[in-house]
Design a protein around this ligand. Structure first.
Ligand code: MIC
Ligand code: SF4
Length: 646
């Protein structure tokens, strides 16, 4: 029986378990990446583990999220991460060098390798034929220390592409179409593999747009073959020697097949407030806009910028629209500066931002009240832009640029003939903003530089014998990590300070939650389906941990968040019957009697007693051998420390 690309990479990296779908497997990790918003915690955790040097083939620490530096906190974090990188053997991508995923694709990604990153959009590397997975910071810290990374052996979905995109229809429209069909929870437990004749027509940066936003499907990862196009990209990046081919066997067996004829796609937009609320620009109709933002790890490549510059050249941004553009990396910015495209953007009235995440994570450029903003980003969750009632539509760079000129959501096919946009034969390569680590013999001389806002990992506790606690919060379906632990310019500087950041936990849903949870001492959160979708931020587990949350009982979880809860020693539970969700009210006292013993014995079916109304509710506590031991120990840090001692 033939193998999928996923199976090929997994089997070459398997260190524990067997490739049986749905079972837990451990894989060796070749590369890791961190960014600064999750990185400080990851390096505090790495230091706490006591491993002197990273044991991966390549680990890179990026600074790209918290670059606003409104106060000392961000800058202290940068300095701390830089010092950790230098001491422990990591490459350090300095602020200004670009967004982690864009730079990793350009300069470090290697086909056939495994990569985990403390950022949910790490699957961008799948555009190069890597198996690239988003993870919590602690999982990345363990992998940096040479530990395996554990996932549920995924199902594999084949998205078969045929045909070729029509002029002005973009890679972004491909992933929006996949989101339209599969929804934000359709990818949970799955890797999405792109195959078919249509693949050949897509360049690596276009493929990376698609694998990047595969994160919004809840998928474990997304991957493209490594072919001649991949080779050409790596050659242009002067890294041809790292190329190896990768393709699924012709008789590979898939769990699901989705067919997309690229030539039939139209320009699409994800409407507020979910990336799967997808409509054609035609269906949305006349929509007056206030803002356009172009950039983010989804759409900030050189090709994207060249298309935008072409559309803007010689024109002026509509008087009612503010246009912001953040090229994804120093390489991209440098090249558009040299070839004149940057000048065309500036001339048209674009507000050029630094190469960083910026508005995508609410670091500036929040829209006006009720403002309608078209963005080339990947998430349009409520409030994420920094404006609570902002209406965010996710579109391609082509649609964004065309609309910035007209002041209305505009189908870019109205722009007329499209010239051919070709990747350059050679990219401008200058890695001078990547600092190399100190030699191992000199590592003791490197001082780790902490700042006053950098606080240790919160206190953990082994799993209790019995959990008997009130429901401190009840929420609905599709709660994102942006609800649980909001980001944005005001809160992101607190990422290194769990006590402080926890004061904002669930602020989007209920501002009283942190105070209430703290006063209760111990509590349980109840939620709906796809709880914790979105980012990899472990703060969405560490803040609840700090606030005394012992268990989270929901209809279903998003993958990374569930792993982060376990890593933080918070018990993840799901309803056996989803309808039982209605039996519990906020404030009810819930009891899980003898829960520790049940977990020790490997029992997965437990009963929650609602002591307020007497309801007996069957719940699932699906922990495997390893996750069971992590829970019992009080989280992954304690578990790893104990394992290292042994
Ligand atoms: C995001 O896009 O939500 C982020 C900010 O990049 C997060 C990571 C974080 O919260 O630091 C992600 O995607 O994992
Ligand atoms: Fe940065 Fe936005 Fe990409 Fe997250 S999604 S890594 S915030 S650019």
């Amino acid at each position: 029986m033939g193998l999928t690309m996923t199976e090929k990479i997994l089997s070459a990296h398997l260190v524990e378990g067997e490739l049986v779908r749905g079972t837990e497997i451990g894989i060796r990790i070749d590369q890791t990446l961190t960014q600064d918003a999750t990185g400080t915690m990851a390096y505090l955790e790495f230091e706490a583990m006591g491993v002197p040097r990273v044991r991966t083939e390549r680990s890179v620490a990026y600074i790209d999220h918290n670059t606003l530096q409104n106060g000392f906190e961000n800058a202290d974090d940068h300095r701390f991460i830089g010092s950790c990188a230098k001491k422990h053997g990591l490459y350090f991508s300095r602020p200004g060098n670009g967004i982690c995923h864009q730079v990793h694709l350009e300069r470090f990604g290697i086909p056939g390798k495994t990569l985990i990153g403390s950022d949910s959009h790490t699957p961008t590397g799948g555009g190069l034929g890597m198996l690239a997975i988003g993870a919590g910071g602690l999982d990345v810290a363990v992998a940096m220390g040479g530990g395996a990374y554990y996932i549920t052996c995924p199902k594999v979905v084949n998205v078969k592409l045929s045909g070729k995109l029509s002029p002005w229809v973009a890679a972004k429209d491909v992933i929006l179409e996949v989101l339209r069909r599969m929804s934000v929870k359709g990818g949970v437990g799955k890797v999405i593999e792109y195959t078919g004749e249509g693949v050949k027509t897509l360049t690596v940066p276009e493929r990376a747009t698609i694998t990047n936003m595969g994160a919004e499907l809840g998928a474990t990862s997304s991957i493209f073959p490594s072919d001649e196009m991949t080779k050409a990209f790596l050659k242009a990046q002067q890294r041809e020697e790292v190329w190896t081919p990768l393709a699924a066997d012709p008789d590979a067996v898939y769990d699901e097949v989705i067919e997309i004829d690229l030539s039939k796609l139209e320009p699409l937009a994800a409407c507020p407030h979910s990336p799967d609320n997808v409509k054609t620009t035609g269906e949305i109709g006349k929509l007056k806009i206030d803002q356009v933002c172009i950039g983010s790890c989804t759409n900030s490549s050189l090709l994207d910028m060249m298309k935008v510059a072409y559309i803007l050249k010689g024109k002026t941004v509509h008087p009612d629209v503010s246009l912001a553009i953040a090229p994804g990396s120093k390489q991209v910015l440098n090249m558009i500066a040299a070839n004149g495209a940057l000048g065309d953007m500036i001339d048209a009235g674009a507000r050029i931002l630094e190469s960083a995440c910026g508005p995508c994570i609410g670091m500036g450029q929040s829209p006006n009240s009720g403002g309608i903003s078209l963005r080339t980003f990947n998430r349009n969750f409520e409030g994420r832009s920094g404006t609570k009632d902002g209406q965010i539509y996710l579109v391609s760079p082509e649609t964004a640029a065309a609309s910035a000129l007209t002041g209305y959501l505009t189908d870019p096919r109205t722009l007329g003939e499209m010239p051919e946009f070709k990747l350059p034969d050679v990219f401008t390569v200058n890695d001078n903003m990547v600092t190399l680590p100190a030699d191992e013999k000199d590592m003791d001389e490197v001082e780790i530089k902490l700042g006053p806002n950098i606080k240790p990992y919160p206190e953990t506790h082994p799993l209790l014998e019995t959990i008997d606690a009130p429901v401190s919060l009840k929420v609905g379906d599709n709660i994102t990590t942006d609800h649980i632990m909001p980001a944005g310019a005001k809160i992101l500087p607190l990422r290194s300070n769990i006590p402080k950041i926890s004061e904002h936990c669930f602020a989007v849903c209920d501002e009283e939650f942190p105070k209430r949870a703290k006063a209760l001492g111990q509590s349980i959160i109840v939620g709906g389906a796809n709880y914790g979708q979105g980012s990899s931020r472990e703060h969405a587990a560490l803040a609840p941990l700090y606030l005394g949350v012992k268990a989270v009982l929901v209809k279903s979880f998003a993958r990374i968040h569930r792993a982060n809860l376990i890593n933080a020693g918070i018990l993840p539970l799901t309803f056996v019957n989803e309808a039982d969700y209605d039996k519990i009210a906020q404030g009810d006292q819930l009891e899980l009697a003898g829960v520790r013993k049940a977990v020790e014995e490997g029992r997965t079916e437990l009963t929650v007693i609602d002591k307020t109304n007497g309801a007996e509710i069957p719940v699932l506590c699906e922990l495997t051998g390893r996750t069971k031991d992590i829970m019992l120990a009080g989280g992954l840090l304690d578990y790893t420390r104990e394992a290292l001692k042994k």
